[in-house]
Design a binder for this molecule. Sequence first.
Ligand SMILES: [Fe+2]
Length: 245
Amino acid sequence: MSEYKRVGIFSDIHANLHALQAVLSALDNEKVDSIFCCGDIVGYGAFPNECCDLLRERKCPVIAGNHDHAVLNITDTSYFNDVAKNAVTWTRGKLTLENEEYLRSLPLTYKDNNMFFVHASPDNPQEWNYILTMGEARHNFRHFEEKFCFIGHSHQPFIIVNYQDELSCPEAPEVDILENRRYLINVGSVGQPRDRNPNTCFLILDFENSKITLKRIPYNIRAAQDAIIAAGLARELAERLSYGW
Ligand SMILES: [Fe+2]
């Protein structure tokens, strides 16, 4: 059992303030007890400081993502494409010392009430491996003990259910929480969805009604795009928000 009734979880904000504001106000309306973020606060979008400030105000647990570490220059970025590398450099130039310290303080994993949080994968959090196949999911179920593991990183939401080592990935956005099951959940991306759905994404874990629900809501995409272009960031970072890719 959990001490929480209703929890909100989100990830991969990528400095998209308009999307983050929409998600936080939706979570307030959902009357959650607690919120958690699986990392990548910065990178790509025009509002790195504003997004850090909002999360700091909320005092919620936040995990470090690869873009957060890239901005701090504490992870390998050789696999980043040029657009991502340029966004890292731009973000470094904007980030306040306070927010740099904040990003540096974020842990790679976090545990609370049978929930495990990591940005990319529980098997080796610092390697930033993607979980994209059922085989990768099966491997990673061996690397956490909790009933729930929440991740981000690929910006593609899913809920994988493990019942006696049989895995399934229901297409429905709502799944029952049942006994003897464990769950590996990608909560999608707040600020740069990549599943062809441009709406912002987050997850509600409802212990009272035993439901896990992926939520999608619209936000002011145009304002986020205008800010990216005005900041001098790559135009394609603005354009992709329209397509959810
Ligand atoms: Fe990300």
